[in-house]
Design a protein around this ligand. Structure first.
Ligand SMILES: [Zn+2]
Length: 70
């Protein structure tokens, strides 16, 4: 499954937040303040959380930032 960031159009492994049905990568989400916005549970911005399928001992997983920040 290939995702493209709705803000910069770059490919990414997974979205950090969704704006409606549009995925936004972690880099853009952070820059645009969407991470904070998504926590408020208001409007169309909400976080993409994949923890449901993650094992308990997966705390050391490092976020993968596949977006090239240049
Ligand atoms: Zn982006």
């Amino acid at each position: 499954m290939r995702l493209h960031c709705a803000l910069c159009g770059r490919r990414m492994e997974k979205a950090a937040v969704m704006i409606g049905a549009m995925p936004v990568g972690p880099t853009c989400a952070r820059k645009a303040g969407l991470i904070e916005l998504s926590k408020r549970k208001s409007g169309l911005v909400f976080p993409v959380v994949g923890r449901k399928s993650a094992p308990k001992n997966d705390r050391n997983t490092i976020d993968l930032f596949d977006e090239v920040d240049e």
